[in-house]
Design a protein around this ligand. Structure first.
Ligand SMILES: [Zn+2]
Length: 73
């Protein structure tokens, strides 16, 4: 699985709202991908801060943040 494919699952991944098979793909990707590890840590914090935001707004913000992170690496 590539970072961009992973992106659409990350929010649900954090909520533990995914199929076990998809979670396994993400887990194995996370072992070797520093940008994604950094991103998911940011995402966990951000989700705590933005709990009251509508979901659509939240995911737009997260996509933007991940794109920025991936460009840096
Ligand atoms: Zn990645």
């Amino acid at each position: 699985m590539r970072c961009r494919e992973l992106l659409k699952y990350l929010s649900d991944y954090i909520d533990r709202d995914l199929d076990a098979s998809i979670c396994r793909h993400i887990d194995s990707h996370m072992k070797g991908c520093k940008p994604c590890i950094a991103f998911i840590n940011t995402l966990r914090k951000t989700k705590g801060l933005l709990k009251r935001q509508p979901k659509a707004v939240l995911s737009e913000r997260l996509r933007f943040r991940l794109r920025k992170l991936l460009k840096k690496s």
